[in-house]
Design a protein around this ligand. Structure first.
Ligand SMILES: C[S@@+](CC[C@H](N)C(=O)[O-])C[C@H]1O[C@@H](n2cnc3c(N)ncnc32)[C@H](O)[C@@H]1O
Length: 280
């Protein structure tokens, strides 16, 4: 396990993933009844953007820093930037919340979180960070086992972020299997699977398999900051949203063009939104 998220925290992929994840959690909370948030590859709670790792790559400068302090943000982004602001107050942008912290900030008394992280140091930091909150359980274990271990949840409503580092060639395949297990165990599970867009051709099989996975509703959302066939690295990223809550589609259609424009490099930002299975 070489991947460390501290080098990438707050980059364009985090902005895209976290803004949508936050909105999904808000939509889960329209009902008073509790829901359970699962984060199988949790990372840690807070990242220091002035620390050594973030300083080495400077990736956040083309991500969250482009939105910070703006007063023209569309709704999806303004809630998200406000949530990042919770850690920074009126000061300069310094601390960036990872997905567990972002969701924990809005957790209600009746909600619950299950986090797993395999890196011992990050798991320990996460456990320490949330130690006084009885609603949040941290497990140092393989995130791909989460569905088998915890679904169905007693709340009968779950939102699962599936966000592996994609260090292994078979990670997309493992994600597909884990999603199928989750849906078999609890059909209404809402899942957000994040994936990198480096070479679009490599994703074609994945799209086909996702469409044929027997999952009721699959919404594909993508944001690219460079042309998708550029060989420089992470050209963008996507989210496969399983059973996405209504009216996410409309909100994404409204705000993604703005985000693609703001995060695109040399004017090359683009976005995509379509159903691979099911529909509205
Ligand atoms: C992309 S990062 C997570 C970022 C985090 N979800 C966020 O949005 O802030 C992926 C994390 O998965 C962890 N990891 C790698 N393999 C894992 C596994 N099999 N199970 C659980 N965690 C794993 C890595 O240590 C890393 O912290």
């Amino acid at each position: 396990m070489n991947y460390r998220h501290s080098y990438h925290a707050g980059n364009h992929a985090d902005v895209f993933k976290h803004a949508i994840l936050l909105r999904m959690s808000q939509l889960m909370q329209r009902k008073e009844s509790p829901y359970c948030y699962l984060d199988s590859h949790a990372g840690t709670a807070l990242y220091d953007l002035q620390g050594e790792a973030a300083g080495k790559t400077g990736e956040y400068l083309d991500g969250i820093a482009r939105l910070w302090g703006r007063d023209d943000l569309p709704p999806l982004l303004s809630d998200y930037v406000a949530s990042v602001g919770v850690q920074n107050g009126t000061a300069d942008l310094r601390y960036y919340p990872g997905s567990p912290q972002l969701i924990a900030q809005g957790l209600r008394e009746q909600d619950r979180m299950i986090l797993s992280e395999l890196h011992p140091a990050d798991a320990a930091t996460l456990r320490e960070h949330f130690s006084s909150d009885a609603r949040i359980a941290v497990h140092e274990r393989d995130g791909y086992e989460l569905a088998k271990a915890f679904l169905p949840v007693a709340e009968k409503r779950a939102l699962w972020l599936l966000d592996p580092p994609f260090e292994r060639a078979d990670d997309l395949e493992r994600c597909l299997k884990a999603i199928q297990v989750a849906i078999q165990r609890m059909r209404q599970t809402v899942i957000a699977l994040w994936y990198p867009i480096k070479d679009e051709r490599l994703l074609r099989d994945f799209y086909r398999q996702m469409a044929a996975a027997g999952v009721p509703k699959v919404l594909r959302v993508e944001l690219t900051v460079r042309p998708p066939d550029t060989t420089l690295g992470l050209n963008g990223s996507g989210l496969m949203l399983i059973n996405p809550p209504w009216p996410l589609w409309d909100e994404l259609e409204r705000d993604l063009p703005w985000l693609a424009h703001e995060l695109g490099l040399s004017g090359a930002g683009a976005w995509r939104l379509d159903w691979l299975a099911g529909g509205p």
